[in-house]
Design a protein around this ligand. Structure first.
Ligand code: NAD
Length: 476
């Protein structure tokens, strides 16, 4: 164990920022302007529940308004505090810049364990929190647009959207005040899976580059690679599901709050998820080896480690023992600044959070655009596209007839080719493109500069440069 002390989450983000900025040539003062958090609003409000008044503490932090609206999720967890919310807001600024989502960075949180409340109680609490934020424009379609994060999901976003609409009855763009809503409340297809899907696309892109795989000592395809996932919530579940079902990866370990599961042959992600939903945890799951101290699985041998739960889990106390050659940060801040130094020295490649989990904000961006344009993606062009494809199919059919059976279309070609893209296909295509382009921008810096030896520094360089250019364009 190292004698170094661990910085806070926000200090950790700042340390990583400073490392990157020391390699840049920014005008004096701009570095600090970009790094510091503009404002954090703390609210304490009371809600009458079970015959008594309960007081809750919530935060909404705005890190950078170089672009508006600002964007970032709302987290429900007992550990929420100002430092954490500010760290997460800063990451949102860099993340949005990196994937070219036209937002500044923000984040919110409420100190609450949602599992301790009934649904109707959570609705009262969420509506009151939303009211407090909306009346200060901290929820607003053109100023501040929240989304789901740990402990929140579609249900909470629908309550927030409805609360805002009740307070702004004539705002035609009211639905764009929050993203991650259910489809029937102005949401978009593919938002629930988006962050996990983005993790899958990020790994697919990484595996397209031989040089990058070699840096991690890996080769070949994702097929057959051994993965360990921490947190089988929204992000971890979707990432593990898609990577195992579609790319052939083997999920050998799953770490949850109450312990970990290990199976060298691979775990059935769907079955584990169903078990958690039914029993509240992984304990007792029959088809795997159970480990009470789940965190030890972070140190287990595997090809890819996917921390997808919370921050600070890979730190100075365990970094030295981590064996995975590749870590993809599906959660925000799972590796502390100190651990990052240790892992880098060990030659472990880290695909950083600001890129790896950007799928959520990318599809949130699509949802926000959909809400502002008041039309579903694909509605105008889908059938026209199908009609044009039909022309090609008819011609091929004619060729088929003329050739008298010596040539024919491949099975399923007709059905696949004819199908015009609906909203889900378009969302996935936009997300895939975003993840590929952003990865390529990072790797170009990683491989072209001698002073950049890791993807995180490269990610910061790309995003800080974009934020700096926005300030410059504003004359600052
Ligand atoms: P979630 O609440 O859906 O899931 C979190 C999961 O982690 C749960 O299954 C929980 O039981 C588990 N968990 C909690 N504490 C744990 C512990 N100590 N050890 C092991 N497992 C633990 O949250 P989520 O939305 O999946 O978010 C997870 C991470 O991804 C967070 O860091 C969040 O900021 C980040 N993220 C989420 C989104 C999104 O769209 N939801 C987008 C970007 C980043």
């Amino acid at each position: 164990m190292s004698s170094r002390t661990e910085p806070s989450f926000r200090e950790s983000v700042d340390l990583m920022f400073n490392r990157a900025v020391s390699l840049m040539d920014l005008p004096p003062g701009l570095e600090e302007k970009i790094r510091v958090c503009n404002a954090t609003y703390t609210v304490r409000f009371g809600v009458r529940l079970r015959g008594a008044m309960h007081t809750f503490t919530g935060y909404r932090s705005v890190h950078s308004e170089h672009m508006e609206p600002v964007k970032g999720g709302i987290r429900y967890a007992t550990g929420v505090n100002q430092d954490e919310v500010e760290a997460l807001a800063a990451l949102m600024t860099y993340k949005c810049a990196l994937v070219e989502a036209p937002f500044g960075g923000s984040k919110g949180g409420l100190c609450i364990d949602p599992r301790e409340y009934e649904e109707h109680e959570l609705e009262l609490i969420t509506r009151r929190f939303a009211y407090e934020l909306a009346k200060r424009d901290l929820i607003h379609p053109s100023q501040n647009v929240p989304a789901p994060d740990m402990g929140t999901g579609e249900r909470e976003m629908a309550w927030i959207a409805d609360q805002y609409a009740r307070m702004n009855t004539t705002d035609i763009n009211a639905r764009a005040c929050v993203t991650g809503k259910p489809l029937n409340a102005g949401g978009i297809s593919g938002r629930v899976e988006a962050t996990g899907r983005g993790v899958q696309y990020a790994l697919q892109e990484f595996f397209r580059h031989e040089e990058d795989k070699a840096a991690a000592g890996l080769s070949g395809k994702l097929d057959g690679k051994r993965l360990i996932v921490q947190g089988l919530g929204n992000v971890g579940y979707h990432a593990a599901k898609f990577l195992s079902e579609e790319d052939g990866a083997r999920i050998i370990g799953i770490i949850e709050r109450d312990g970990g599961l290990f199976s060298a042959d691979g775990l059935d992600v769907e079955a584990v998820r169903n078990w958690i939903v039914k029993h509240g945890g992984v304990t007792g799951y029959p088809d795997a080896q159970y480990v009470e101290d789940g965190a030890v699985l972070l140190e287990e041998e595997c090809d890819i480690l996917i921390p997808a739960a919370l921050e600070g889990v890979i730190n100075l106390s365990n970094a030295e023992r981590v064996k995975a050659p590749l870590i993809i940060e599906a959660a925000n801040g799972p590796v502390t600044a100190g651990a990052d130094d240790v892992l880098r020295k060990k030659g472990i490649v880290i695909i950083p959070d600001m890129y790896a989990n950007a799928g959520g904000v990318t599809v949130s961006y699509f949802e926000w655009v959909k809400n502002l344009s008041h039309i579903r993606f694909g509605r105008m062009q889908r059938r026209q596209e199908e009609a044009r494809h039909q022309l090609v199919i008819d011609e091929l059919q004619r060729l088929d007839d003329v050739m008298g059976g010596t040539w024919s279309m491949s099975p399923n070609f007709k059905d696949k080719y004819l199908k015009g893209a609906g909203e889900l296909e378009l969302v996935r295509s936009g997300l895939d493109d975003t993840m590929r382009v952003a990865y390529q921008s990072m790797r170009e810096v990683w491989h072209s500069r001698d002073d950049v030896t890791d993807l995180r520094t490269a990610a910061y360089l790309v995003s800080i440069d974009k934020v700096a250019k926005s300030y410059h364009a504003k004359g600052l």
